[in-house]
Design a protein around this ligand. Structure first.
Ligand code: VG1
Ligand code: CO
Length: 543
């Protein structure tokens, strides 16, 4: 029998989080687990018959095997065509672009993004809808409902497809197109940026280090930065995607990309540094001796976007996730454009972009992107920075200082408390929620609360409501703290505490951020009774 109907039972716990379904790799490898979820995806969109999809992943352990399974399930469900990246590789933004230009019915991206990879680490499956963006909540709820009732899946009992050869093949009547993962993406980047100006800048001796963290962006960055834009060989480091990312966390922040940070703070620092994450949708930007927070990077990109050809006509509006600092709001105000605050997760930007209300979006977690695709795009952010630097001909530190002088500075930091027992995390959050209505006017470690609420978002386009999206606490004197639980972890809970302090006074904009934010950090620890619930007040990761 070529197509088989396999009996299965519903699997609980297949609830897609902030960014798809993310679990330990061994969980995905267990009998029927991946199969169930893929069948649930197809069922939730009315079946796969006659449809086409893009499939690819970040190259982590189990990527290739999972793709073979997905191809066989798609074939057995009557899909017409699958476009898959060569070797199974596709960055998240490149997959989004392929969905859009081929007009497919969606795409399946295999990645746990910044989480480490390997048989004992993490794996993930994301489903993107026909606009190229992450499935909205209406679709993920339908997927979850399917996983809870599913009684069988269909799979083709056929040999594996060769993913190492570009071109067309056939699997049980379904067309499989293995494509170059970089080609179409590069063509898109050429339409947005002044490649000649960037090439001239590199030819003039501009130096850069791009850390691909052994993840999917390596081949993209090497091709675009070194081959096309003429940056010297060796500009891209850790450029070969590895199944375990070389043992690291492919998370582009000062902790996990510390080698790059150390280089950028040293005497040998190049002019510009950047890194990207596992699936290539995030970015870290560093100048010589100057780290740029993702919130500031978003603000700088919005303020200068018109220097790049793709945005020369100006931008329609900007959206940022709620925990992201308000630095970009200041720019939007000055430009007289709309500015939106959405819950964490890229899926909330899709409707605004589709409606033409926003052009550029960003998150404090180093995700930035525009309406060229419907995902955040790490390399896009790097190229826009390069285009801006090529035009302004200023060091990053100077550009940032000028920006702060013009708009004021939003001191910002995120503190993560990782591997917290789930009960303790829920108790801590529940305790704060219980007090929200009475916090106003109370003082904690010398800081007085001026307002507090739980963020609830009403999508301005389709009216859908997403509640429980994080706690916001404002303090007298312009400080804000946000608390939320991570939706992408696979072990216990992670509590994220976001601290922000606005400083409009030009003479006070170059202080160490953690020092400026310390009073807020102490106030939060006191307010949420951190020692009581967690037995500690020191975060694991500070970015
Ligand atoms: C994290 C980030 C969030 C991002 C999400 C997915 O989510 O905080 O901003 O959208 O990861 O990014 P959480 O729920 O753990 O805070 V990625 O690069 O995994 O697609
Ligand atoms: Co990512």
């Amino acid at each position: 029998m070529t197509f088989e109907m396999v009996k299965t039972s519903p699997i609980t716990g297949q609830k897609p989080g902030t960014s798809g379904l993310r679990k330990k790799t061994r969980v995905f490898m267990a009998p029927h687990y991946l199969e169930n979820f893929i069948q649930a995806i197809f069922n939730s969109i009315g079946g796969a018959k006659g449809k086409s999809f893009v499939v690819g992943g970040d190259g982590r352990f189990f990527n290739r095997q999972a793709i073979q399974t997905i191809l066989k399930i798609a074939a057995a469900n009557g899909a017409a065509r699958i476009i898959v990246g060569w070797n199974g590789l596709l960055s998240t933004p490149a997959a989004s672009h392929l969905i859009r230009i081929n007009g497919t019915d969606g795409g399946i991206i295999l990645s746990a993004s910044h989480n480490p990879g390997g048989i004992d680490e993490d794996f993930g499956v994301k489903f993107n809808v026909p606009n190229g963006g992450p499935a909205p909540e209406s679709v993920t709820s339908a997927m979850l409902a399917e996983t809870l009732t599913l009684s069988s899946y269909r799979i083709a009992r056929l040999p594996d497809t060769d993913l190492d050869v570009l071109g067309e093949t056939e699997l049980g009547g379904m067309q499989v197109s293995v494509v170059d993962p970089v080609e179409d993406y590069l063509a898109l980047m050429r339409t947005l940026f002044d490649f000649d100006a960037i090439r001239t800048m590199f030819a003039g001796g501009f130096s850069m280090c791009f850390d691909a963290m052994h993840a999917v962006t390596g081949p993209y960055a090497k091709k675009i930065l070194e081959d096309v834009l003429g940056a010297p060989k060796g500009t891209v480091i850790n450029s070969v995607p590895l199944e375990d990312f070389g043992g690291g966390h492919p998370d582009p922040n000062p902790i996990w990309a510390s080698t790059l940070i150390d280089l950028m703070m040293s005497d040998n620092a190049p002019d510009f540094g950047a890194a990207s994450d596992g699936d290539g949708d995030r970015n870290m930007i560093v100048g010589r001796g100057q780290y740029v927070t993702p919130s500031d990077s978003l603000a700088v990109l919005v303020a200068n976007a018109q220097l790049a050809p793709g945005y020369a006509a100006g931008i329609a509006g900007v959206a940022r996730s709620m925990p992201t600092s308000a630095a970009s709001d200041k720019v939007a105000e000055k430009l007289g454009i709309e500015c939106f605050e959405t819950p964490t997760g890229w899926k909330f930007f899709g409707n605004l972009m589709d409606a033409g209300r926003v052009t550029i979006c960003g998150e404090e977690s180093a995700g930035t992107g525009s309406d060229h695709v419907r995902e955040k795009d790490g390399l896009w952010a790097v190229l826009l920075w390069l285009n801006i630097l090529a035009v302004r001909k200023q060091p990053v530190a100077r550009l940032l200082a000028d920006h702060w002088a013009e708009y004021g500075r939003n001191y910002y930091s995120r503190h993560d408390y990782e591997a917290v027992p789930t009960d303790a995390a829920n108790d801590l959050m529940g305790n704060v929620i219980g007090q929200l209505a009475t916090l106003r006017g109370k003082t904690f470690a010398g800081q007085t609360v001026s307002r507090a609420d739980e963020f609830c978002y009403r999508d301005p386009i389709d009216g859908s409501v997403s509640d429980h999206q994080g706690l916001r606490i404002w303090f007298e004197g312009g400080g804000r703290a946000v608390l939320r639980l991570s939706g992408t972890g696979t072990e216990g809970a992670t509590i994220r505490v976001y601290l922000e302090q606005y400083q409009p006074d030009m003479s006070a904009i170059s202080q160490p951020a953690q020092q400026v934010l310390l009073p807020l950090q102490q106030a939060v620890a006191d307010l949420v009774r951190m020692q009581h619930f967690l037995g500690r007040t020191k975060p694991d990761v500070v970015t």
